[in-house]
Design a binder for this molecule. Sequence first.
Ligand code: ATP
Length: 297
Amino acid sequence: MPILSLQNISKRFGAVQALSGVSFDVPQGAIYGILGPNGSGKTTLLGIVTDILKADTGSFTLFDKTPTARERRQIGTLLETPNFYHYLSGYKNLEISAAIKQRGKNDIARVLELCGLTARQHAAFKTYSLGMKQRLAIAAVMLGDPDVLILDEPTNGLDPAGIAEVRELIKNLAQAGKTIILASHLLDEVEKVCTHVAILRMGKLLRSGSVDVVISRHDYLELSAADNEALSAALQAYPGCTSAQQNGHLVVAVFSAPPDAAQVNSYLAGKGIWLQHLQLRKKSLEKAFLEITNDPA
Ligand SMILES: Nc1ncnc2c1ncn2[C@@H]1O[C@H](COP(=O)(O)OP(=O)(O)OP(=O)(O)O)[C@@H](O)[C@H]1O
């Protein structure tokens, strides 16, 4: 059973079609990244799921049910940085958050521990590092122990140390069984943190699923021989080779599964083609992503 299942969600703001027919499922325990450039519809999508906005068409289920207040209570949301009091301690700020959420104080020690803030709980918020401030924001979301966390650009505006701390925390929460849905415009973030990804461009879902499958980075081979034309023709007939194109003095061969360079070499030798150059290369994540987002299809 998916934790969240979106079916055909569309949303328009005046002339802007912010989302068009978006559908995907978030499995339990996933760290699900909603990835896309600015204005692609990520925040709108999170706004619909958290009931801040209403979809024009389409629907979604939470825990396999049409969401009611009961299902929503199991979701913790951090869409923008909360306004903590600078002169109050982390603990006191969480007391206020708990009161606003109408929850008791007995959960505060647990969320401070979970977010690695126990040692500094009585220090004033203004003395916290950027990473600690964001971890306190996540601690406030964790009050009441929600099963699902929804975070909009959780590392935005943080320094490198803060980014690393927040990413570590997100991974720890997922290991503790939480499902996390986060919006990001950072490919690097999705690669480092997420298990799953949905890629949006101008409100349309381009791809969704497990990160390894969606942003597949199949290795490719660079080769050359005395006759590169014959080489590229032979490669095109090789099982699993999806393209073999001449690029300067090299032929670049792409495969549907990771190629075995030794096997390709012996296949070519069998065809009377002796290689002068053979190198296995890995497509960068950046390149794989650009191929997806620039694909006119
Ligand atoms: N309340 C609104 N009124 C009018 N247009 C809006 C509104 N909210 C969003 N939009 C437009 O809808 C589109 C999607 O916006 P959205 O904020 O969801 O994108 P995003 O991917 O989250 O971008 P960013 O990374 O910049 O936050 C944009 O063109 C945006 O200008």
